[in-house]
Design a binder for this molecule. Structure first.
Ligand code: FAD
Length: 474
C-alpha cells in the first residue's frame, strides 16, 4: 500500500533522522528560483545533502555514477511530481528500489533518480493470501512480514534485494521449482508511466504481461505490486557436499554427475553448483521429505563423489532463510549471467575454458542453479526462458582494488567461452553491459518486439531509461 502523505511526513521525520530537517538545514536558500526542494510527497536531494549518499548507495561498490538529483518518493503523486520535474528540466530518469542491479542501472550520471524506497508498506489480505507491497520493500522485510503470518512469497535469497527489481525481471530462488518465479505470483501492479500517467494492470493486461520478466526500468516507475503468497512450508532441510583438490577432469566428472542427479530431483528441492579455485560446493535444499527418492539418490551420489558431506537438521524457514541472506554491501564485484542451459551438453564446449579461469584466477566463482519444475508451467509473460532448467552465473569478488582489472578480464574470457559454445540466452536480472545482442538474450526477439510496442505506449519520449532499457521502435 502506498504511504499516505501524513505517514510519509511522520515516518520521514522519525525513522530517517529527520530527512526533511536535514535537507532544509544543510543547504543555504537557493538564490535562483529552483522548483521546491520538497513537497508532502517527494524530497529532491542534491549531491550536497547529507541524505544523498545513503539514497544513492547501490550494492556494487564499483558503480560511481552520481545523479544530479535523487527524488525520494513516498506516494504515487510524489512520483508524478518527480517525473514532471525531470520533464521540465530535460533530465533522463532512472528508477531505484533495492539498488542491486549488477550494472548500476538504477542510477544515472546526468539526470534524476526516482528512489521508491519510502514506498515500503506491506498489507496481507488474510482471506485471499494476496500481498500488496510498496515498490520500495526489500526481501528481508517481505519475509519477516509474511512468515509472522504463516505465509511466504517465493523470491531470491539475498536480504537486501528489492522486491520490485527482482520481480520485474523474473525472480528465482530455492522455492521457484516448487511454485514458480516471483513474477509468476504477480496479480496486478500500479505504475506511473514515463508520461506521468498512472497505469493499473487491472485495466491494462499488457502491463502485467511486461512486468512478468520485462519490466525493469523501461516504461515507468512501478509503485505497488500485488502478489499471491503461499502457505509457508513447515520445514526446510539442507545439505552441503564439498570437493577439494580440483582439476579439469575431476571437476567435469563431478559436474556431469550433478546434472544427472538434479534431473531426478522433485520440485520441492533445489540445488546449486558453486565452484571457486579451491573447491566445489554443492548445495541441496528441500521443503519436502529428506528421504524422497530423488533427494536420497542425489545425496548418495554426491556423498560418494565428494570429500565432505554435511547436513542441517530440518528447521523452520524463519531460521533457515537468514543463512542465505548474504553480505549487506556495498561489495566490490563483477557478476554476470553465464547463460541458460538444458543440460551438460549445452555447456560442454565452454567447460574447459571456464574451469581453467576459475581454477587459476583467485576470486572467481562459477555457479549453476536449478530452475525447471513449476517455472516451466508459469503464466504468459515477457520472461522467455521457461524451457531451460539451469541458469549459470559468473562472479568475481575483490577487496584489493588492484585486482579489479584482472578479475574483470577473466569474467570477459568466461563470457567469450559461453558465447563461443553457442549459449545465447541470459537472465535480464543478471545483466552485463558487454552483451551485444541483449534484447534477444534477455527477452527473445518476439517478446522484445512486443516490449518495444509497449515502450511506445507508456514512454514515447524515452524519459525512463538505462543503458539496456527497451528502445522505442524505429
Ligand atoms: C547480492 C545479490 C543477490 C541476488 N540474488 C538473486 C536471487 O537469489 N534471485 C534472483 O532472481 N536475482 C538475484 N539477484 C539479482 C536481482 O534480482 C537483480 O539485481 C534485481 O534487479 C535487483 O533489484 P533491486 O530493486 O534490488 O535493484 P535496483 O538496482 O534498484 O533495480 C534493478 C533494476 O530494476 C529497475 N527497477 C527497480 N525498481 C523499479 C520500479 N519500482 N519500477 C520500475 N523499474 C524498477 C531498475 O531501474 C533497474 O533497472 C541478486 C543480485 C545481487 C546483487
Amino acid at each position: 500500500m502506498m504511504q499516505t502523505r501524513r505517514t510519509f511526513l511522520r515516518t520521514s521525520a522519525a525513522a530517517s533522522a529527520g530527512l526533511f530537517a536535514e535537507v532544509l538545514g544543510a543547504s543555504p536558500a537557493q538564490p535562483t528560483p529552483e522548483p521546491p526542494r520538497q513537497t508532502e510527497d517527494v524530497i529532491f536531494l542534491t549531491p550536497d545533502d547529507t541524505a544523498y549518499t545513503a539514497a544513492r548507495e547501490v550494492h556494487n561498490a564499483g558503480i560511481l555514477t552520481r545523479p544530479k538529483r535523487i527524488a525520494m518518493c513516498a506516494t504515487e503523486t510524489g512520483v508524478q511530481q518527480a517525473l514532471q520535474r525531470a520533464k521540465s528540466e530535460g533530465w533522463p530518469v532512472a528508477v531505484k528500489s533495492g539498488g542491486h542491479s549488477f550494472e548500476g542501472f538504477s542510477l544515472n550520471d546526468d539526470g534524476l533518480v526516482i528512489n521508491v524506497s519510502p514506498c515500503n508498506e506491506l498489507h496481507l489480505d488474510s482471506r485471499t493470501g494476496l500481498l500488496t507491497a510498496g515498490a520500495g520493500c526489500r526481501l528481508r522485510d517481505v519475509n519477516r512480514f509474511l512468515l509472522a503470518k504463516g505465509r511466504f512469497l517465493p523470491a531470491g535469497s539475498c536480504a537486501t534485494v528489492g522486491l520490485a527489481g527482482l520481480a520485474l525481471g523474473g525472480g528465482y530462488g530455492m522455492f521457484a521449482r516448487k511454485w514458480g518465479l516471483t513474477c509468476d505470483h504477480l496479480r496486478s501492479l500500479r505504475m506511473v508511466d514515463g508520461a506521468g500517467t498512472i497505469r493499473d494492470s487491472a485495466a491494462d493486461p499488457d502491463l502485467l504481461w511486461a512486468a512478468r520478466g520485462g519490466g525493469n526500468g523501461h516504461f515507468g516507475i512501478v509503485t505497488q505490486l500485488t502478489l499471491q503468497t503461499r502457505v509457508a512450508p513447515r520445514a526446510f532441510s539442507s545439505w552441503k557436499f564439498r570437493a577439494y583438490r580440483l582439476n579439469q577432469a575431476l571437476t567435469e566428472k563431478l559436474l556431469e554427475a550433478w546434472f544427472d542427479a538434479t534431473a531426478a530431483l522433485p520440485n520441492d528441492a533445489f540445488s546449486a553448483w558453486i565452484m571457486n579455485g579451491t573447491q566445489v560446493t554443492v548445495l541441496l535444499t528441500t521443503t519436502g521429505a529428506p528421504e524422497e527418492k530423488g533427494v536420497a539418490a542425489f545425496r548418495r551420489t554426491l556423498t560418494a563423489l565428494t570429500n565432505k558431506a554435511t547436513s542441517a537438521a530440518p528447521v523452520p524457514l524463519t531460521k533457515a532463510l537468514p543463512w542465505y541472506y548474504g553480505e549487506a554491501g556495498p561489495v566490490s564485484f563483477k557478476n554476470t549471467s553465464a547463460g541458460y542451459y538444458k543440460g551438460m551438453a549445452d555447456l560442454k564446449g565452454a567447460l574447459t575454458g571456464i574451469f581453467k579461469e576459475v581454477l587459476t584466477v583467485p576470486g572467481l566463482v562459477f555457479q549453476i542453479n536449478t530452475l525447471g519444475g513449476a517455472i516451466a508451467d508459469g503464466p504468459d509473460g515477457a520472461y522467455p526462458h521457461r524451457a531451460y532448467p539451469y541458469l549459470g552465473e559468473a562472479q568475481a569478488y575483490w577487496e584489493n582494488a588492484g585486482r579489479a582489472a584482472d578479475l574483470q578480464a577473466a569474467i570477459g574470457r568466461i563470457r567469450d567461452h559461453i558465447a563461443q559454445a553457442g549459449i545465447d540466452r541470459h537472465y535480464a536480472n543478471y545483466p552485463d553491459i558487454a552483451f551485444h545482442d541483449w534484447p534477444a538474450a534477455y527477452y527473445g526477439r518476439k517478446n522484445y518486439g512486443r516490449l518495444q510496442t509497449l515502450k511506445q505506449r507508456y514512454d514515447p519520449e524515452n524519459r525512463v531509461r538505462h543503458p539496456q532499457s527497451v528502445r522505442l521502435p524505429s
